[in-house]
Design a protein around this ligand. Structure first.
Ligand code: ADP
Ligand code: UVW
Ligand code: MG
Length: 311
Protein backbone atom coordinates (compact mmCIF):
# COMPACT_ATOMS: atom_id res chain seq x y z
CA UNK A 1 0.00 0.00 0.00
CA UNK A 2 1.21 3.54 -0.73
CA UNK A 3 0.41 6.87 0.76
CA UNK A 4 1.00 10.51 -0.15
CA UNK A 5 2.02 13.12 2.41
CA UNK A 6 1.58 16.84 1.76
CA UNK A 7 3.00 19.88 3.55
CA UNK A 8 0.18 22.25 4.49
CA UNK A 9 1.61 25.55 5.72
CA UNK A 10 -1.60 26.81 7.41
CA UNK A 11 -3.92 24.26 9.00
CA UNK A 12 -5.94 26.94 10.81
CA UNK A 13 -8.53 25.45 13.11
CA UNK A 14 -9.38 22.85 10.44
CA UNK A 15 -6.19 20.74 10.59
CA UNK A 16 -4.40 20.89 13.92
CA UNK A 17 -2.60 17.56 13.47
CA UNK A 18 -1.75 15.39 10.43
CA UNK A 19 -5.04 14.22 8.89
CA UNK A 20 -6.22 12.08 5.97
CA UNK A 21 -7.76 14.18 3.18
CA UNK A 22 -11.40 13.95 2.22
CA UNK A 23 -13.65 16.46 0.43
CA UNK A 24 -14.94 17.96 3.68
CA UNK A 25 -11.43 18.50 5.03
CA UNK A 26 -10.30 20.17 1.80
CA UNK A 27 -13.31 22.48 1.95
CA UNK A 28 -12.41 23.41 5.54
CA UNK A 29 -8.79 24.11 4.54
CA UNK A 30 -9.96 26.31 1.67
CA UNK A 31 -11.51 28.62 4.25
CA UNK A 32 -7.98 29.32 5.56
CA UNK A 33 -6.18 29.69 2.24
CA UNK A 34 -6.11 33.48 2.29
CA UNK A 35 -4.18 33.37 5.60
CA UNK A 36 -1.17 31.94 3.75
CA UNK A 37 -1.82 33.07 0.17
CA UNK A 38 1.70 32.28 -1.05
CA UNK A 39 1.55 28.72 0.23
CA UNK A 40 -1.90 27.18 0.67
CA UNK A 41 -3.52 27.75 -2.76
CA UNK A 42 -0.65 26.05 -4.68
CA UNK A 43 -0.52 23.26 -2.07
CA UNK A 44 -4.27 22.63 -2.44
CA UNK A 45 -3.94 22.55 -6.24
CA UNK A 46 -1.19 19.94 -5.84
CA UNK A 47 -3.26 17.84 -3.40
CA UNK A 48 -6.19 17.89 -5.84
CA UNK A 49 -3.97 16.86 -8.77
CA UNK A 50 -2.28 14.14 -6.70
CA UNK A 51 -5.66 12.74 -5.63
CA UNK A 52 -6.65 12.46 -9.30
CA UNK A 53 -3.39 10.74 -10.25
CA UNK A 54 -3.26 8.52 -7.15
CA UNK A 55 -6.91 7.91 -6.25
CA UNK A 56 -6.19 4.61 -4.51
CA UNK A 57 -3.88 5.86 -1.75
CA UNK A 58 -4.60 7.92 1.35
CA UNK A 59 -3.40 11.55 1.12
CA UNK A 60 -2.30 13.01 4.44
CA UNK A 61 -2.08 16.75 5.16
CA UNK A 62 0.79 17.57 7.52
CA UNK A 63 0.42 21.13 8.83
CA UNK A 64 3.33 23.43 9.71
CA UNK A 65 1.09 24.79 12.46
CA UNK A 66 0.74 21.44 14.31
CA UNK A 67 4.09 21.80 16.07
CA UNK A 68 2.87 25.03 17.68
CA UNK A 69 -0.66 23.84 18.53
CA UNK A 70 0.21 23.74 22.23
CA UNK A 71 1.65 27.29 22.46
CA UNK A 72 1.01 28.74 25.93
CA UNK A 73 -1.82 31.24 25.78
CA UNK A 74 0.50 34.18 26.54
CA UNK A 75 2.44 33.31 23.37
CA UNK A 76 -0.66 32.66 21.25
CA UNK A 77 -2.77 35.71 22.14
CA UNK A 78 -2.70 39.11 20.40
CA UNK A 79 -3.32 42.27 22.41
CA UNK A 80 -6.42 43.10 20.36
CA UNK A 81 -10.07 43.60 21.31
CA UNK A 82 -11.41 40.32 22.70
CA UNK A 83 -14.49 40.66 20.52
CA UNK A 84 -12.30 40.64 17.36
CA UNK A 85 -10.29 37.68 18.62
CA UNK A 86 -13.48 35.68 19.25
CA UNK A 87 -15.25 36.72 16.06
CA UNK A 88 -12.41 35.97 13.66
CA UNK A 89 -10.36 33.47 15.64
CA UNK A 90 -7.39 35.88 15.72
CA UNK A 91 -4.45 34.12 17.38
CA UNK A 92 -0.82 33.33 16.80
CA UNK A 93 -0.37 29.97 15.02
CA UNK A 94 3.33 29.73 14.16
CA UNK A 95 4.83 28.02 11.08
CA UNK A 96 7.89 26.02 9.89
CA UNK A 97 6.66 23.31 12.28
CA UNK A 98 7.77 20.39 10.09
CA UNK A 99 11.26 21.86 9.93
CA UNK A 100 11.35 22.50 13.69
CA UNK A 101 9.97 19.06 14.63
CA UNK A 102 12.77 17.34 12.74
CA UNK A 103 15.44 19.81 13.87
CA UNK A 104 14.51 19.24 17.53
CA UNK A 105 14.87 15.48 17.07
CA UNK A 106 18.21 15.81 15.27
CA UNK A 107 19.51 18.34 17.82
CA UNK A 108 18.65 16.08 20.74
CA UNK A 109 20.42 13.17 19.03
CA UNK A 110 23.52 15.33 18.52
CA UNK A 111 23.37 16.70 22.07
CA UNK A 112 22.76 13.24 23.59
CA UNK A 113 19.74 14.51 25.54
CA UNK A 114 16.14 13.30 25.16
CA UNK A 115 14.01 15.70 23.08
CA UNK A 116 11.47 15.80 25.90
CA UNK A 117 14.08 17.52 28.09
CA UNK A 118 15.57 19.88 25.52
CA UNK A 119 15.51 23.67 25.99
CA UNK A 120 16.46 25.12 22.60
CA UNK A 121 16.14 28.21 20.46
CA UNK A 122 15.89 27.34 16.77
CA UNK A 123 15.86 29.61 13.77
CA UNK A 124 14.63 28.59 10.32
CA UNK A 125 16.09 31.05 7.79
CA UNK A 126 15.12 30.57 4.14
CA UNK A 127 12.49 31.93 1.75
CA UNK A 128 10.39 32.37 4.90
CA UNK A 129 12.19 32.93 8.21
CA UNK A 130 11.22 32.44 11.84
CA UNK A 131 12.52 31.73 15.34
CA UNK A 132 11.13 29.20 17.83
CA UNK A 133 11.68 28.54 21.53
CA UNK A 134 11.41 24.87 22.50
CA UNK A 135 10.99 23.93 26.16
CA UNK A 136 10.99 20.25 27.11
CA UNK A 137 10.68 19.43 23.39
CA UNK A 138 7.59 21.59 22.81
CA UNK A 139 7.15 24.93 21.06
CA UNK A 140 6.51 27.64 23.65
CA UNK A 141 7.05 30.77 21.53
CA UNK A 142 7.62 31.58 17.89
CA UNK A 143 8.03 34.69 15.77
CA UNK A 144 5.42 33.98 13.06
CA UNK A 145 1.81 34.48 14.07
CA UNK A 146 -1.64 34.51 12.44
CA UNK A 147 0.06 34.40 9.03
CA UNK A 148 3.61 33.62 7.80
CA UNK A 149 4.24 37.35 7.36
CA UNK A 150 4.95 38.21 11.02
CA UNK A 151 8.38 38.20 12.66
CA UNK A 152 11.85 38.57 11.19
CA UNK A 153 12.51 39.89 7.66
CA UNK A 154 12.54 37.11 5.05
CA UNK A 155 13.89 36.72 1.54
CA UNK A 156 11.16 38.89 -0.02
CA UNK A 157 8.59 39.17 2.80
CA UNK A 158 8.70 42.08 5.23
CA UNK A 159 8.24 40.36 8.57
CA UNK A 160 6.86 42.63 11.33
CA UNK A 161 6.57 46.35 10.64
CA UNK A 162 4.84 49.12 12.59
CA UNK A 163 1.06 48.51 12.27
CA UNK A 164 0.62 52.29 12.49
CA UNK A 165 2.72 52.66 9.34
CA UNK A 166 0.50 50.15 7.51
CA UNK A 167 -2.60 52.12 8.56
CA UNK A 168 -0.95 55.32 7.34
CA UNK A 169 -0.02 53.77 3.99
CA UNK A 170 -3.60 52.52 3.53
CA UNK A 171 -5.21 55.80 4.49
CA UNK A 172 -5.66 58.64 2.06
CA UNK A 173 -4.68 57.39 -1.39
CA UNK A 174 -1.12 56.31 -0.68
CA UNK A 175 -1.39 52.57 -1.43
CA UNK A 176 -4.29 50.27 -2.29
CA UNK A 177 -4.78 47.03 -0.36
CA UNK A 178 -3.48 45.08 -3.37
CA UNK A 179 -0.37 47.25 -3.69
CA UNK A 180 0.35 46.93 0.02
CA UNK A 181 0.00 43.14 -0.09
CA UNK A 182 2.22 42.86 -3.17
CA UNK A 183 4.92 45.04 -1.63
CA UNK A 184 4.93 43.22 1.73
CA UNK A 185 4.92 39.74 0.21
CA UNK A 186 7.13 40.11 -2.85
CA UNK A 187 9.31 43.23 -2.68
CA UNK A 188 10.34 43.53 0.96
CA UNK A 189 12.70 41.55 3.22
CA UNK A 190 16.29 41.17 2.00
CA UNK A 191 15.18 42.18 -1.51
CA UNK A 192 13.62 45.44 -0.33
CA UNK A 193 16.43 46.19 2.13
CA UNK A 194 19.02 45.80 -0.62
CA UNK A 195 17.09 48.19 -2.93
CA UNK A 196 16.08 45.35 -5.25
CA UNK A 197 19.54 43.77 -5.50
CA UNK A 198 18.65 40.27 -4.23
CA UNK A 199 16.59 38.22 -1.77
CA UNK A 200 19.38 35.65 -1.65
CA UNK A 201 22.07 36.02 1.02
CA UNK A 202 24.64 34.29 -1.22
CA UNK A 203 24.33 37.14 -3.73
CA UNK A 204 24.30 39.79 -1.00
CA UNK A 205 27.46 38.43 0.64
CA UNK A 206 29.20 38.23 -2.75
CA UNK A 207 28.10 41.76 -3.69
CA UNK A 208 29.67 43.55 -0.74
CA UNK A 209 27.84 46.77 -1.77
CA UNK A 210 26.54 49.24 0.77
CA UNK A 211 22.91 48.20 0.08
CA UNK A 212 23.81 44.51 0.53
CA UNK A 213 25.63 45.30 3.78
CA UNK A 214 22.58 47.16 5.09
CA UNK A 215 20.31 44.21 4.18
CA UNK A 216 22.55 41.67 5.93
CA UNK A 217 22.97 44.00 8.94
CA UNK A 218 19.23 44.49 9.44
CA UNK A 219 18.65 40.76 8.97
CA UNK A 220 21.25 39.80 11.61
CA UNK A 221 19.89 42.36 14.08
CA UNK A 222 16.25 41.27 13.70
CA UNK A 223 17.07 37.55 13.85
CA UNK A 224 19.33 37.92 16.91
CA UNK A 225 16.72 40.10 18.67
CA UNK A 226 14.08 37.44 18.08
CA UNK A 227 16.45 34.70 19.34
CA UNK A 228 17.14 36.67 22.53
CA UNK A 229 13.39 37.27 22.98
CA UNK A 230 12.63 33.56 22.49
CA UNK A 231 15.21 32.66 25.15
CA UNK A 232 13.06 34.42 27.78
CA UNK A 233 10.66 31.44 27.59
CA UNK A 234 13.39 28.99 28.68
CA UNK A 235 15.14 28.17 31.98
CA UNK A 236 18.43 27.40 30.23
CA UNK A 237 19.75 27.27 26.69
CA UNK A 238 20.98 23.78 25.72
CA UNK A 239 21.77 24.91 22.16
CA UNK A 240 21.07 27.41 19.40
CA UNK A 241 20.01 25.66 16.19
CA UNK A 242 20.27 27.12 12.66
CA UNK A 243 18.20 25.51 9.90
CA UNK A 244 16.48 26.58 6.65
CA UNK A 245 18.36 27.21 3.42
CA UNK A 246 20.22 30.29 4.72
CA UNK A 247 20.78 28.66 8.14
CA UNK A 248 22.38 25.72 6.36
CA UNK A 249 24.57 27.39 3.74
CA UNK A 250 25.42 30.94 4.88
CA UNK A 251 28.19 30.97 7.52
CA UNK A 252 28.43 34.80 7.34
CA UNK A 253 24.83 35.11 8.55
CA UNK A 254 25.37 32.59 11.37
CA UNK A 255 28.49 34.48 12.41
CA UNK A 256 26.78 37.91 12.40
CA UNK A 257 23.83 36.58 14.43
CA UNK A 258 26.01 34.77 17.00
CA UNK A 259 28.25 37.84 17.48
CA UNK A 260 25.22 39.76 18.74
CA UNK A 261 24.35 37.05 21.30
CA UNK A 262 27.37 37.08 23.63
CA UNK A 263 25.04 38.04 26.52
CA UNK A 264 23.35 34.64 26.13
CA UNK A 265 26.75 32.92 26.40
CA UNK A 266 26.90 32.28 22.63
CA UNK A 267 30.31 32.49 20.94
CA UNK A 268 30.98 33.10 17.23
CA UNK A 269 31.07 29.79 15.29
CA UNK A 270 34.50 28.31 14.54
CA UNK A 271 33.36 26.16 11.63
CA UNK A 272 31.89 27.17 8.27
CA UNK A 273 29.55 25.01 6.21
CA UNK A 274 29.16 21.33 7.11
CA UNK A 275 28.48 18.24 4.98
CA UNK A 276 26.16 16.80 7.61
CA UNK A 277 24.18 18.07 10.61
CA UNK A 278 26.56 19.04 13.40
CA UNK A 279 28.24 21.61 15.65
CA UNK A 280 29.78 24.86 14.42
CA UNK A 281 30.60 26.14 17.94
CA UNK A 282 34.02 25.57 19.54
CA UNK A 283 34.44 22.34 21.53
CA UNK A 284 33.30 22.86 25.13
CA UNK A 285 31.23 25.96 24.24
CA UNK A 286 28.84 27.00 27.01
CA UNK A 287 26.01 27.12 24.46
CA UNK A 288 26.54 24.74 21.53
CA UNK A 289 25.53 26.10 18.12
CA UNK A 290 24.17 23.48 15.72
CA UNK A 291 23.47 23.54 12.00
CA UNK A 292 20.80 21.15 10.78
CA UNK A 293 19.73 20.63 7.19
CA UNK A 294 16.05 21.29 6.47
CA UNK A 295 14.37 18.08 5.35
CA UNK A 296 10.68 18.92 5.60
CA UNK A 297 9.86 16.10 3.16
CA UNK A 298 11.27 13.50 5.59
CA UNK A 299 9.16 14.93 8.41
CA UNK A 300 6.08 14.85 6.16
CA UNK A 301 6.75 11.17 5.42
CA UNK A 302 7.23 10.39 9.11
CA UNK A 303 4.12 12.25 10.26
CA UNK A 304 1.95 10.87 7.44
CA UNK A 305 2.96 7.29 8.31
CA UNK A 306 2.33 7.93 12.00
CA UNK A 307 -1.12 9.40 11.24
CA UNK A 308 -2.12 6.25 9.38
CA UNK A 309 -0.80 3.85 12.01
CA UNK A 310 -2.94 5.53 14.65
CA UNK A 311 -6.09 5.07 12.60
N1 ADP B 1 21.72 31.48 1.28
C1 ADP B 1 20.65 31.00 0.66
N2 ADP B 1 20.62 29.72 0.25
C2 ADP B 1 19.53 29.20 -0.35
N3 ADP B 1 18.41 29.90 -0.58
C3 ADP B 1 18.40 31.19 -0.21
C4 ADP B 1 19.51 31.79 0.41
N4 ADP B 1 19.21 33.09 0.67
C5 ADP B 1 17.97 33.28 0.22
N5 ADP B 1 17.48 32.15 -0.30
C6 ADP B 1 16.14 32.03 -0.87
O1 ADP B 1 15.40 31.11 -0.09
C7 ADP B 1 14.58 30.32 -0.93
C8 ADP B 1 14.90 28.87 -0.70
O2 ADP B 1 14.20 28.05 -1.54
P1 ADP B 1 12.88 27.29 -1.14
O3 ADP B 1 13.19 26.18 -0.25
O4 ADP B 1 12.14 26.97 -2.38
O5 ADP B 1 12.10 28.45 -0.40
P2 ADP B 1 11.14 28.39 0.81
O6 ADP B 1 11.93 28.57 2.05
O7 ADP B 1 10.21 29.51 0.55
O8 ADP B 1 10.52 27.03 0.83
C9 ADP B 1 14.82 30.79 -2.34
O9 ADP B 1 13.83 31.72 -2.68
C10 ADP B 1 16.18 31.48 -2.27
O10 ADP B 1 16.34 32.55 -3.18
C1 UVW C 1 5.92 29.13 6.48
C2 UVW C 1 6.87 29.62 5.47
O1 UVW C 1 7.17 30.78 5.40
O2 UVW C 1 7.40 28.68 4.67
P1 UVW C 1 8.57 28.88 3.61
O3 UVW C 1 9.77 29.33 4.36
O4 UVW C 1 8.74 27.51 3.01
O5 UVW C 1 8.10 29.90 2.61
MG1 MG D 1 10.84 26.46 2.92
Amino acid sequence: MGLAGHRLVHGGRAVQAPAVVDDDLLAAVRAYQDLAPLHVPPALALVEAARRVLPGVPHVLCPDTAFHAGLPREAATYALPAEWRRRWGLRRYGFHGLSYARAVRRASELLGRPAAQAHLVLTHLGGGASVCAVRDGRSVDTSMGFTPLEGVPMSKRSGSVDPGMLLWLLSGSRLSLGELREGLEHRSGLLGLSDGLSGDTRELVASGSDAAELALGVFALRVSREIAAAATSLDRLDALVFTGEIGWDQPEVRDAVCRRLALLGIEPPVRGNLDADGFVSPPGARVPVLVIETREELEVAREALAALRIR
